[in-house]
Unconditional design. Structure first.
Length: 126
């Protein structure tokens, strides 16, 4: 997978555009850190959106997945330092990686699901 680092001044525009193009794509959300190990926060939930707040050098990124009250995860990354977009080797498979100042990395991997397969891929309501 080829990676491209996003300059900070592009975060807002790229995430807005990316969110529109990838809304409801099924994602896996992982947090990787030396003090907490590798934690999977969500798997098989649809992307709601990714946004960045860079005013006053806050460097905050918010990732929202899951569009139901019983299946929703919001990951707020404070003091984001670097962002990479990993270009797909196969059509419709991509990833975003965000590194924060504390060394924690958040990885969002996307799988495009055809509309007729979409409902089978989302978690069942309990």
């Amino acid at each position: 997978m080829l990676s491209r680092e996003l300059p900070r001044e592009e975060w807002i525009e790229v995430f807005d555009d990316f969110s529109k193009k990838h809304q409801r794509w099924v994602v896996t959300l992982e947090v990787l850190g030396s003090d907490l190990g590798d934690q999977e926060e969500a798997d098989g939930l649809p992307l709601v959106g990714i946004s960045a707040d860079v005013k006053d050098r806050e460097n905050r990124i918010v990732i929202m997945v899951g569009d139901r009250p019983d299946a929703h995860v919001q990951r707020i990354i404070e003091k984001a330092k670097r962002v990479w977009i990993k270009q797909p080797e196969e059509e419709a498979h991509e990833a975003i990686e965000v590194e924060s100042e504390d060394g924690t990395t958040t990885l969002v991997r996307f799988r495009h699901i055809l509309p007729e397969e979409g409902e089978r891929q989302l978690p069942d309501v309990a």
